[in-house]
Ligand binder design. Structure first.
Ligand SMILES: Nc1nc2c(c(=O)[nH]1)N[C@H]1C(S)=C(S)[C@@H](COP(=O)(O)O)O[C@H]1N2
Ligand SMILES: [Mo]
Length: 534
């Protein structure tokens, strides 16, 4: 057998069906992507090629679009982005394969190289990624792609230089069989590699470390208010369908810009206090766990993009060190008017230094409902500030706290169209009955939650079909920094009805009627639902 020049489209290559080229390109792209997945499964810090691309796309998405999809970024938009990129990459591979077969394999080689360069660039630009290793991974992946493409395409060449080849049908079917079986083989390699990557990647260093952390030996919090567990008398947790007073970790909402949840090894992590402070210092995870100042506080956290009646809100028992004592140790300088948190993935949020002046809970939190922070909720440490929306305060996977001037820095969402200040607005929500539910006529429980941290909730009122506002019962809350559960009984008459709720905050201020949309500083409005009574 003689070596072929793959850059010349061989007459015999043209004899085979057109889709052979596309198939070869698709498989080559799959092999390249799977190689990236395998490397990233072995080393948590190196992103797969698709992920790197996705992170880049999110970052360059213009503010308007990102703003419109802040909610989606947390959920649906993010989960369709990666499959979308994967499918696009495979289709582009198919296109390159087609051009390589019909025109010149140089096009395929150039295309894969370009992808390698883009992949290297997008993977290496993330602050969590080791740049050189990410570049090497992407370029090796591209090389494997080119290699696979050439390997498959050359299977279509004539096996010998016999002049009679073209007239010999046996030769043609031999090359067809060769191409198809090599393609099947390469495809199997890709599929197996993908499965392997999934299995290796199952548990990260961070997860293993997190599972090994035991909070039982910690200094017991002494200054914390008494905690209301999920079934504490005085809560309305027993009302079917109501949000429990404490939200379990596995149903707590999640919002962040991270496509790849940062996997932080607590042994290699530290938090630094920088900027306008007299004594910059840093803390390790073990140092935090050993602190006498650890306290547990129940605090309600909400996303600014929570719609009226929405679920981007939850309450947890947060274990952590008061931010004020950490800042005292740093020695905040005169003129420092903003506290900025930065995460390992370079996400930032800032709030006024003055926020802490009223003594509200502001924690560097390491625990959530008796466990180390779940990885998606910021392991090993995050901020929780009562009464501020998450986007200006609740930095997850935090690694730096910087003191600066208010006018000198804007957090991540501010240039993207969201308000610079993010105090939480008074909100109330009907949980039962569900919107559009059909209920039986007669006595019916109506219940839900209302919150206005740190002011607290004084009263909750319900109106049926725009009738008088009737007061509801409120369960004794843990503090003014959490939501309250409310309920009332309604003697439901048959027909269609509208139920509407509103709250009064601890200072006697009525919940704003709105309606206002979520941007730029949080929705306003009285939650209303429609129910049919039969
Ligand atoms: N590192 C990082 N921290 C972040 C975010 C983010 O995108 N990255 N999003 C913030 C927003 S907008 C909210 S509402 C809260 C949500 O916290 P949770 O996911 O634990 O509910 O996290 C905040 N902390
Ligand atoms: Mo948010």
């Amino acid at each position: 057998m003689q070596p072929m020049d793959p850059s010349e489209p061989d007459a015999t290559m043209a004899d085979h069906p057109r889709w052979y080229g596309a198939l070869a390109g698709l498989i080559a792209a799959a092999v390249a992507l799977v190689f990236g997945e395998l490397v990233s499964a072995i080393d948590d810090d190196i992103p797969g090629l698709v992920l790197g691309m996705g992170e880049w796309i999110i970052d360059i998405t213009p503010g308007e679009a990102a703003q419109a999809s802040i909610q989606n970024l947390g959920t649906a938009g993010k989960s369709s982005l990666l499959p979308g990129i994967t499918i696009t990459a495979l289709l582009l591979g198919a296109l390159l394969g087609d051009l390589s077969k019909r025109v010149s394999v140089k096009i395929g080689a150039a295309g894969f190289t370009a992808f390698g360069l883009l992949g290297g660039f997008t993977a290496a630009r993330n602050p969590q990624s080791p740049a050189i290793a990410s570049w090497i991974t992407a370029l090796v992946a591209a090389g494997l792609g080119v290699g696979t493409l050439i390997l498959l395409l050359t299977r279509m060449h004539r096996p010998t230089r016999l002049a009679s080849f073209r007239e010999d049908p046996r030769q043609k079917s031999a090359t067809r069989r060769a191409f198809l079986s090599w393609s099947a083989g390469a495809g199997a390699v890709a599929v197996t590699g993908f499965g392997l990557a999934r299995r290796i990647g199952a548990e990260s260093v961070a997860e293993v470390a997190r599972e090994g952390i035991d909070f039982t030996g910690l200094n017991t919090p002494t200054t914390a208010p008494p905690l209301l567990g999920p079934v504490t008398p005085g809560s309305f947790d027993t009302v079917p369908g109501i949000a429990s007073y404490v939200t379990p970790n596995n149903s707590f909402y999640r919002i962040d810009t991270a496509l790849r949840v940062p996997q932080v090894d607590p042994d290699r992590w530290s938090l630094s206090f920088t900027g306008m402070v007299d004594n910059p210092y840093s803390l390790t995870f073990d140092e935090i766990l050993a602190m006498d100042e650890l306290e547990e506080h129940t605090v309600t956290l909400s996303c600014v993009s929570n719609e009226v009646g929405g679920g981007l809100v939850g309450t947890a028992n947060w274990l952590g060190v008061p931010l004020s004592s950490l800042l005292d140790r740093a020695g905040v300088q005169e003129g420092a008017t903003q506290i900025v948190g930065r995460s390992v993935d370079d996400w930032t949020a800032g709030f006024p230094t003055d926020t802490l002046a009223d003594g509200r809970t502001a924690l560097l939190a390491v625990g959530m409902n008796g466990e180390p922070l779940p990885i998606i909720h910021g392991f090993p440490a995050r901020l929780v500030v009562a009464g501020l929306y998450g986007y200006v305060s609740a930095v997850k996977w935090i690694e730096e706290i910087t003191l600066t001037r208010w006018e000198d820095f804007d957090g991540y969402w501010v240039p993207r169209g969201w308000s610079k200040e993010g105090p939480m607005k008074t909100m109330s929500r009907i949980d039962v009955p569900r919107s559009r539910e059909t209920v039986a006529a007669g006595p019916t429980a109506v219940a839900g939650v209302a919150w206005s941290p740190p002011r607290g909730i004084q009263a909750v009122e319900l109106s049926i079909d725009d009738g008088d506002w009737r007061p509801c019962e409120i369960a004794a809350p843990g503090s003014d920094e959490t939501w309250v559960q409310w309920k009332t009984e309604w003697d439901a008459p048959p027909g269609d009805h509208v139920l509407r709720v509103r709250a009064v905050d601890g200072e006697g201020e009525l919940q704003p009627v709105g309606p206002k949309r979520v941007d730029p500083d949080g929705a306003e409005g009285w939650h209303a639902i429609r129910v049919s009574v039969s």
